[in-house]
Design a protein around this ligand. Sequence first.
Ligand code: HOZ
Length: 427
Amino acid sequence: MDIRKSEQLFRKAQKYMPGGVNSPVRAFKSVGLDPLVIKKGQGSKIYDVNDNEFIDYVCSWGPLILGHCHPEVIEAICAAAREGTSYGACCEKEIELAQLICEAFPAMDKVRLVNSGTEAAMSAIRLARAYTGRDKIVKFEGCYHGHADSFLIKAGSGMLTAGVPTSPGVPKSLVEQTLVCRFNDLDSVKKAFMQSGPNIAAVIVEPIAANMGLVNPQPGFLEGLREITSRYGSLLIFDEVITGFRVCYGGVQTLKNIKPDLTTLGKIIGGGLPVGAYGGKKEIMNRVAPEGDVYQAGTLSGNPLAMAAGIASLQKLQANDFYESLASKACDLTERLQSSFAAHDINCAINRNSSLFSVFFTEQKVYDYESVLSCDTRKYALFYRNLLQAGVYFPPSQFEVCFVSAAHSDEDVDNTVKAVNKALDII
Ligand code: HOZ
């Protein structure tokens, strides 16, 4: 595989951008390569600047559930662009997207559109703090809610001791306000509430964890969170930035019939353009300015281009059997990958939920952050490099998830299985 042009461009990128990238995982550091520089995407494929073709399972980290350059999404963006890219004023399309979202999520009476998942999560906890008059939040080890200060915190030496920031620059006073519990461990949540219940504004959780690889919630975990938060008068926030409109039209909360107080969204609702959203019960959302006193604003929020891409995408997702057929494709793929690993006598745990999956290089079952950490990341890196050579683009980190899109064909699945076999042959 010729990657000379990518290498040249990456050298130039490093001169002008920290690490040569605009988001760290793209630097390919954990798989020991320099990043590919991508020239275009089409359907299920991406192409780098050297015209190498790859079957893409990153899909822009989730937004591209219809694949790259879906004709109706592109047409909607072009038509919107001809009318102006941003007005910094109300437009009809933002109302249309807000309506689609609220109709899809029974727990969302009202929604505020923003520009990224980070912005949505950051705004949601400000609102939760204002609404409850409390300062502390609970998050889970291995869950990711964007890069606002309050979320860049991991558990300290023992659960319920003070957390530790995962980045310099996070004020100590904020670290004290974030309690870190174990995903899929209700006891750790009960302990946090026994210790600090009356001060906890909200519990925020990815209802299917998709930022430590894919980790499914165990039966009763999400229901337990709903029960505990209600008992203590804290808010439950579902971060469905990845799962909303991914696992079904209406997110995990619809599948599980659980009503969180607030929900954050992003990715798919922007059809590949930058969008985020937070929403929930009327009485909480009415605290957001200008109706209420909780300030939050954005120049590009609700811009017509992103709205058009989001609306066009959501309309396609309403087709009969859309989610069933996507999930069955991903199921076929992961079952065949499981057989390939078994045939090569290589231990792995494959977690899947609808069209999301992860291949973990471990002999353990993966159900929380600790089991995620049992993975052999060096083996993943080797597998990754072999797979890339064989024409398949997986996430360049063991701790991210693979996304299957509607554009992936049966032939893509066959070719992926062949490529995986080839990659495993030389591990
Ligand atoms: N937040 C993404 C990983 N979960 C990475 C985004 C990107 O690099 O584009």
